[in-house]
Design a binder for this molecule. Structure first.
Ligand SMILES: *Cc1c(COP(=O)(O)O)cnc(C)c1O
Length: 363
């Protein structure tokens, strides 16, 4: 039985092999007599699942020893508060606004610290990436926040900014929710990176945080203990009960990714998939993507029909052809195709062929 292709931005497609493995393990994980959901998080079975997941993601992303990897809860939106609670010391933080997912954190952080918007692409309707050289960084910022892949607007930083080269010593904080594990990370440029699992890693409910150790231990006095990175790190993410089942599924995805050849191999496939869709959109007058070519996301590709009155027909026919969840973000409208790691090239081929057919019928 072949399943439809699922283009959701999140919660999103998972590798079929991962879902099959989870189904096979459901009632009895490895002869333990228990589902993973029924295990104590401190028992040897779950601890082995946790340790393998952590080691595998560390290996996949080549995370240096100087970074802690935390499995938290609350998603990207909670991190927008947890980061200033831990890093700002109630002082100043800089934000680069490039779309919905960097606009929200600068607003949230105002509850906890002094906020400077160092750059914004709002004047272009969030279709460009302000050149790092033009960012108005504060001399005393405790951190600089970016969203390196804007899930809604489809903008990706193909390279993380080198703050040191800009004369800035503050750590870079990157929200990598929607492109985590789609490409390698240059950790020399990062102080902290976080991402919700439900885009490219596993089910909703797990947040991965990669944090340089010198940034631990500076939480504000009123920071909840369960959100204090140092407390979470000192307790191997088990200060409170971690999202055990989500960590298990994330672990299966990490194993799947290793079997695919790792992050460098999947990056090449992601480049090829995105190119196929952008090339088709750019070759047609019927569809348009408005993002500047130097910052188009490989993961989330918004596009619009030139005649928006055909949107419903486009989506209905897509669904009939086994192409699911292509509707664009609520405030942006149009369409969005998310091409995460688990989306095979065949899915992109099927989408392009639907778009071509639909154009032929309606142009
Ligand atoms: C989805 C998303 C979020 C929000 O995640 P929640 O799990 O809903 O908190 C934050 N940032 C980015 C980049 C996202 O794609």
């Amino acid at each position: 039985m072949s399943r439809p292709f699922n283009f959701s931005a999140g919660p999103a497609v998972l590798p079929e092999e991962v879902l099959e493995r989870a189904a096979a393990d459901m009632l009895d994980w490895h002869g333990s007599g228990m589902s993973v959901m029924e295990m104590s998080h401190r028992g040897k079975e779950f601890v082995s699942i946790y340790e393998a997941a952590e080691a595998d993601v560390r290996e996949l992303l080549a995370v240096p020893e100087g970074f802690k990897i935390l499995f938290m809860q609350g998603g990207g939106i909670a991190e927008n508060a947890i980061v200033p609670l831990n890093l700002s010391r109630g002082e100043r933080a800089d934000f680069v606004v490039t779309g919905v997912w960097s606009e929200r954190p600068q607003k949230e952080a105002r509850k906890y610290c002094d906020v400077n918007v160092a750059a914004s692409n709002a004047d272009t309707g969030h279709t460009t990436l302000p050149d790092a050289g033009s960012w108005k960084l504060s001399p005393n910022a405790r951190y600089v926040h970016v969203c390196s892949n804007e899930t809604v607007h489809g903008i990706e930083m193909h390279e993380l900014p080198d703050l040191k080269a800009l004369g800035c010593d503050a750590p870079l904080v990157a929200d990598i929710s929607s492109h985590m594990l789609s490409r390698p990370v240059d950790w020399s440029r990062v102080g902290l990176a976080f991402g919700g699992a439900q885009k490219n890693v596993g089910p909703a409910g797990v947040t991965l945080v990669f944090v340089r150790q010198d940034l631990l231990g500076h939480a504000m006095a009123h920071c909840p203990s369960a959100f204090d990175y140092k407390i979470v790190a000192d307790n191997q993410s088990m200060y409170n009960t971690p999202p055990t089942y989500g960590i298990y599924i994330a672990g299966l995805t990490f194993q799947w990714l290793k079997a695919q050849g790792g992050v460098a191999a999947i990056e090449q496939r992601n480049i090829a998939k995105a190119k196929m869709l952008y090339d088709f959109i750019d070759s047609s007058d019927f569809y348009v993507n408005r993002v500047a070519t130097n910052c188009r996301s490989r993961m989330n590709i918004p596009f619009f029909l030139a005649d928006e009155s055909r949107n419903d027909a486009f989506l209905a026919q897509a669904k009939a052809r086994g192409l699911l969840q292509l509707k664009g973000y609520k405030t942006l409208g149009g369409m969005r195709a998310s091409l995460y790691n688990a989306m095979p090239l065949a899915g992109v081929e099927a989408l392009v062929s639907h778009m071509r057919e639909f154009e032929k019928e309606h142009a």
